[in-house]
Design a protein around this ligand. Structure first.
Ligand code: FES
Ligand code: FE
Length: 410
């Protein structure tokens, strides 16, 4: 599909409707999605506790790209492309590991944990190893959460750090640990997965387990008296007005959007669990349950749900045009002991059952959108946030497509 046709498609897009079929099925649009969003945005890669020792590394993969996130011998976290500078082989083949050196198994080129080539046997005498290093990927740590960015010049992460500091502080996430991490494959275009995450219109019909305890599933219950009660308890619980702001913030700079908002849990739920009772020790400096949970967003495709005793992080990445992944991380206090302070099955139950249901409805959505008879449909008030995502996406595609069309015509 030509740029011109994409511009026409965007111009024809009705307000507050789902997108035209091509946005979910056209390979050229998918390529543009990757280039314009995923290769430019800040993306959650993992938590520092997953690479606690020098030499620990793990891979972050999306849309055919592979990034090595490693803790160097100096303790610093760095990210680099998993593409050998000899003839391009993948270097690290497992999902994670520990090594002082990264060795490409094809011809044995060896890199240090900063990505410098330190060994390449039997190359010509004039070959200068010191000029060769793995492609560098920008990396930032936000209270222990590692974000990477594949752009040459990414948007400044400083605004995100500053804007989220108050919200994150009570949770002490730098001292938290990963209790469980799981990747859910979804046979659908990545936008359908993000749209679905961004609205709770589907929660009542699709998620009875979640709807039992979360006001978001019930139109009109997220604000008003219930929220006032949560806010009134904030201070005593070690949270504060500043940490439970009702505002949703947006930072300037592409791919560095962020925001957070606290909302009430319902029916005496203290946290997100099968019966609403705690599933882990209170996090960070939080002293008690205020009856609320905070929705978090960092960058365009990383979301979080912060309860007083655990945090759940969700990241959506494309694998191909109609395959994506939802990666979920459950964080608990760093000193919590499995089997003693928390039970992994109880901790993960709610979002595991909910994500399996989401996977099913998103895949059915893709199957319907593939139909020649599909037409964009109107969104409800409970899908406002999904429309924020879609209109952000359309504005972005429009701005870049118009630029490209002008270039094509000049
Ligand atoms: Fe890595 Fe040859 S491709 S050493
Ligand atoms: Fe859902």
């Amino acid at each position: 599909m030509q740029e011109k046709e994409i511009v026409q498609l965007i111009d024809a897009q009705p307000e507050r409707h789902s997108l035209a079929r091509e946005f979910y099925t056209d390979p050229d649009i998918y390529e543009r999605d990757i280039e314009r969003i995923y290769l430019r945005a800040w993306l959650y890669a993992g938590h520092e506790s997953e690479i606690p020792e020098p030499g620990n590394w793990f891979l972050f993969e999306l849309a055919g790209e592979s990034v090595i996130v490693a803790r160097g011998l100096d303790g610093e976290i760095r990210a680099m492309l998993n593409v050998c500078r000899h003839r391009g082989s993948r270097i690290c083949l497992e999902r994670s590991g520990c090594a002082k050196r990264l060795i490409c198994r094809y011809h044995g080129w060896t890199y240090d944990l900063e990505g410098n080539l330190v060994g390449a046997s039997r190359m010509n005498p004039d070959f200068d190893k010191s000029a060769v290093r793995l492609g560098r990927v920008h990396v930032e740590s936000l209270d222990g959460l590692i974000f990477v960015n594949l752009a040459d010049q990414p948007a400044d992460f400083g605004a995100v750090r500053e804007g989220l500091a108050d919200c994150l502080r009570p949770y002490g996430l730098a001292g938290a640990k990963v209790a469980h991490r799981q990747t859910y494959p979804i046979a659908a275009n990545w936008k359908l997965a993000v749209e679905n995450y961004s609205e709770c219109y589907h929660c009542a019909p699709a998620h009875p387990e979640y709807s039992r305890g979360h006001s978001l599933a019930h139109h009109g219950q997220r604000s008003g008296k219930l929220l006032d009660a949560v806010m009134a308890r904030a201070e005593a619980c070690g949270l504060s007005d500043r940490t439970v702001t009702r505002m949703f913030l947006k930072a300037p700079g592409f791919g560095a959007d962020f925001g957070y908002e606290r909302y009430p849990l319902i029916r005496q739920h203290l946290t997100g669990s099968d019966d609403g009772r705690p599933v882990a020790p209170l996090l960070g400096s939080i002293r008690d349950y205020d009856g609320g949970a905070t929705d978090l967003q960092v960058g365009p495709v990383t979301f979080g749900l912060m309860y007083c005793d655990h945090v759940v992080l969700y990241r959506f990445t494309p694998v191909t045009i109609d395959q994506s992944e939802c990666d979920i991380t459950w964080l608990v206090r760093g000193d919590a002991v499995e089997g003693q302070d928390y039970d992994r099955d109880r901790l993960t139950w709610l979002w595991d059952v909910t994500t399996h249901a989401d996977k099913r409805i998103i895949e059915h959505n893709q199957q319907g959108v593939n139909s020649r008879y599909y037409e964009p449909g109107p969104l409800s008030a409970m899908e406002n946030f999904a429309w924020s995502f879609l209109s952000w996406y359309l504005r972005l595609m429009q701005a870049d497509s118009k630029k490209d069309t002008a270039r094509e015509e000049s």
